[in-house]
Write a protein of this length. Structure first.
Length: 66
């Protein structure tokens, strides 16, 4: 299960110009879900995890409106 979070703020620069700043974080808690665990007991890779979900990622956006 992934938790995503975002925060944004609007700034009025002049009467006609405004700015919007936004930050987003995907998989904010960095909780990995494991699957693809090698389950064959005769394999030398028994118990090794071969696949996980994506790591934490973030982005920042600035938008000017006029």
């Amino acid at each position: 299960m992934n938790w995503d979070a975002s925060i944004q703020k609007n700034f009025r620069i002049t009467e006609r110009i405004s700015a919007n700043v936004r930050a987003e974080i995907f998989n904010a808690l960095d909780h990995w879900n494991y699957w693809g665990v090698e389950g064959d007991m005769t394999s030398p890779r028994f118990g090794h995890v071969t696949t996980t979900t994506d790591q934490r990622a973030g982005q920042v956006m600035l938008r000017l409106s006029f």
